[in-house]
Design a protein around this ligand. Structure first.
Ligand code: UDP
Ligand code: MG
Length: 134
């Protein structure tokens, strides 16, 4: 089966009018768009999505940030797309993200870093089922 990744533009990216820039990068790279939806997440959905982080000290701030406005959810498809998209996104801390990556070009913070992307094919399957499953 062709690999898929769950990606979303975080509320800072939506508010800062970065959707077209970010979506354009994925379109031009050649990924297939399987879903795209602007959605205000619920507190429960944020807890489920970030289940591995809920006990971290930064989690209350992260949760408030993700709930601060709608996110643009996407399911993208392509060979080895999980790793390829993570390379395009760059490291978590945008302050050290290389120029040319989405975080390195568009963000300056470790928390408000404009985008989420699945970190493994297994995470991608779980995240896609969570946001788009029945
Ligand atoms: N985050 C944060 N402070 C930290 C680490 C992470 O606010 O010290 C936030 C940040 O928005 C990050 C998200 O929590 O994107 C998830 O963390 P993860 O380590 O999974 O980073 P990612 O996979 O998004 O690069
Ligand atoms: Mg992660």
């Amino acid at each position: 089966m062709v690999e898929q990744s769950l990606v979303f533009i975080k509320p800072d990216g939506v508010k800062r009018r970065l959707m077209a820039d970010i979506v354009g990068r994925f379109e031009k790279r050649g990924f297939l768009f399987k879903h795209m939806e602007l959605r205000q997440l619920t507190p429960e959905a944020v807890d489920t999505h970030y289940r591995d982080h809920v006990n971290q000290p930064f989690y209350p701030g992260l949760k408030a940030f993700i709930l601060s406005g709608p996110v643009l959810l996407m399911v993208l498809e392509g060979d080895r797309c999980v790793d390829t998209i993570r390379q395009m996104v760059g490291p978590t801390d945008a302050l050290v993200a290389p120029a040319g990556t989405i975080r390195g070009d568009l963000a300056l913070s470790k928390g408000e870093n404009v985008i989420h992307a699945s970190d493994s094919p297994e995470s991608a399957q779980r995240e896609i089922a969570h946001f788009f499953g029945h």
